[in-house]
Design a protein around this ligand. Structure first.
Ligand code: XIL
Length: 486
């Protein structure tokens, strides 16, 4: 199938992005997990591949793989050497996996999955509910029968890969290109709740997978589409709809160029309590500077978990005429490759340390923050006395408010020394109370509030910061807050 019907040539981009999932080898998300103890400063020795370089900061570097190219040794040599996360370019889509209603076919999807895990890579699942690349039978459905078909499809595909997929793009491209609202698709016409139904179905089907919303043209913070998706994620988090991550496809070109507010977009999504991934990166012309900017923007946000380029060589790209990737058609490294590798190598490192195996019971459905791919575990409880902690400070800001409630974000900063565990305290001035809190753990005694770090954000590099957020009942307030660290 070709490019999406509603793509505007030259303007449509798909961006993908997720965050720090270390390659844990063929063990996948259920296997032994590598945890990290924070270390400040850049890596000691530069890594020589994208995947290894990204892993130094607990992130992954991935690529889209096409099953039809797995017999091309030039292709697989580069793909295997450089990348530690794999997305099937087309083979896990609806038309590929359920060509006839109720008859699932995983032949090509499994070829990619097996190649990935046999070579020690993790897999991003792409994608379960989408208006495009639907099989004919689904295109002709509507209303409750389409809704049921969507649910059945999610259950069928996720059951096949249960426990094996680090991140699933549950819903792809559900927003309108310009007005900030929903795209008018057959799925949308089944009712506005179709997206949350898809996420709830997905959580029940595979509690170990991190569940993502993925879209293009949500890179520029000022665009209405970005704000529309942001508001949906905020709403989902406040209502407990299970969502763990947002994928920025990040197809950049002249109609949808990289903008320096990209970092704001990534950090703003992350502040909602979700991982962010760059999921389908390609840049028309492959400017080395722009590629480095994208990488550095991800590296600046702790919950930006990883970067995937949408193909290996320019000749493999869905937009090959744009020569938008890191390797040329002969498999040579381009200037952009070097700038990406250098940026990854300059990132502050985290060093691996052993940690207990994860089990499905520690899945994102119960505690997204405990998922192995979500966060190198940096909790002080794991190494209470190994590293003295520096001082911290905290500030509180109101993100939005409404009659009877408000949302706030607290930024916790390290001083000139790394912080290993933090505790923030304040006193509510007017009877406020939490309705939900993310990226921290709360203790409330009367009007006195204590929030400690979550298991994944206790370690803050020197000069760095992390955030937690909450929604609360009552009148928005910015009380004096204190931060202490052990
Ligand atoms: C593209 C593939 O690269 C093409 O091979 C296919 O013909 C169309 O789809 N956003 C997405 C991806 O989420 O699935 C799309 O992939 C690119 C845009």
């Amino acid at each position: 199938m070709g490019v999406r019907a509603n793509s505007r040539p030259g303007t449509r981009q798909s961006v993908t992005g997720l965050r720090r999932a270390l390659a844990v080898g063929a063990l996948g998300v259920l296997g032994a997990v590598t945890a990290f103890a924070a270390a400040s400063g850049p890596a000691d020795a530069a890594a020589s591949t994208l995947g290894a370089a990204a892993a130094q900061s607990g992130r992954y570097f991935g690529t889209a793989i096409a099953a039809g190219k797995l017999g091309d040794s030039a292709y697989t040599t580069i793909a295997n050497r450089e990348f530690n996360m794999v997305t099937a370019e087309n083979e896990m889509k609806i038309d590929a996996t359920e060509p006839n209603r109720g008859q699932f076919n995983f032949t090509n999807a499994d070829r990619i999955y097996n190649w990935a895990v046999q070579n020690g890579k993790q897999v991003r699942g792409h994608t379960l509910a989408w208006h495009s690349q639907q099989p004919g039978w689904m295109q002709s459905l509507s209303g409750s029968s389409l809704r049921q078909a969507m649910i059945d499809h999610i259950n069928g595909v996720m059951a096949h890969y249960k426990g094996k997929i680090a991140y699933w793009d549950v819903v792809n491209e559900a927003f309108d290109d310009s007005n900030g609202g929903r795209r008018n698709s057959n799925l949308q016409q089944t009712g506005n709740d179709w997206i949350e139904v898809a996420f709830r179905t997905a959580r029940a089907a595979d509690p170990a997978a991190k569940l993502c919303y993925n879209d293009y043209n949500i890179d520029n913070w000022t665009w209405a589409k970005t704000q529309g998706v942001y508001n949906m994620v905020k709403d989902f988090k406040s209502r407990g709809v299970p969502i763990d991550c947002v994928g920025l496809q990040s197809h950049f070109n002249s109609g949808s160029p990289y903008n320096s507010n990209y970092r704001t977009t990534i950090s703003s999504f992350a502040a909602l309590g979700v991982d962010v991934a760059i999921t389908e990166l390609d840049i028309q012309g492959a400017s080395a500077t722009t590629y480095a900017n994208v990488v550095n923007d991800c590296l600046a946000v702790s919950r930006c978990v990883g970067i995937t380029t949408w193909g290996v060589r320019d000749s493999d790209s869905w937009r090959s005429g744009d020569t938008p990737l890191l390797f040329d058609g002969n498999g040579n490294k381009k200037a952009a490759y070097t700038s990406v590798l250098n940026a990854l190598n300059a990132a502050p490192s985290v060093s691996p340390s052993p940690s207990p195996s994860q089990s499905p019971s520690q899945s994102p459905s119960q505690s997204p923050s405990q998922s192995p791919s979500q966060s190198p575990s940096q909790s002080p409880s794991q190494s209470p006395s190994q590293t003295p902690s520096g001082a911290c400070s905290a500030t509180i800001a109101t993100i939005s408010s409404w009659p009877g409630g408000f949302q706030s974000e607290v930024t916790v900063r390290a001083g000139s020394a790394p912080v290993n565990g933090w505790t923030v305290k304040w006193t509510w001035p007017g009877g406020q109370s939490f309705s939900s809190l993310w990226s921290g753990t709360q203790t409330v005694s009367g009007s006195n509030v204590t929030v400690r770090n979550a298991d994944y954000n206790g370690s803050i590099a020197a000069g760095g910061s992390t955030t937690f957020g909450f929604t609360a009942n009552g009148t928005a307030a910015t009380p004096a807050i204190t931060c202490t660290s052990p």
